[in-house]
Design a protein. Sequence first.
Length: 128
Amino acid sequence: TILDMLRTKLAQGSSEWTVHLPFIEFALNHAPRRETGLSAFQVEYGKNPRSVMDLTLDQVLPQARTTVDNIRAGENLVRDTLASIANRAETRLLPSRRPLRWQVGDLVWIDARLFNQQFEIRKFRDRY
């Protein structure tokens, strides 16, 4: 999430979180989602915008292409590793899941913090 990425950047010693926010937003919108395989940009505009990595740096600095290729290889390695970890976790946890059998009228626990509470005083809030 955005908060996790901001925490990571701020843990590296920078205190200016507003500087990092546009880059984090671009990275999240540029990354493909697991469910659809498409990024938010692809869903909204039909294509991904060019990033800094797509610039023709090899015309300016020939060594830049090697650096860009190394960074892309690292990104691909991380993406593949995270996908394999998610697949292993899913195959490990899937057999132990029980089907949920809820019916109309069943009492369930709901986190009330997700809803707007009308009352500021705690004793007037919903209990669950």
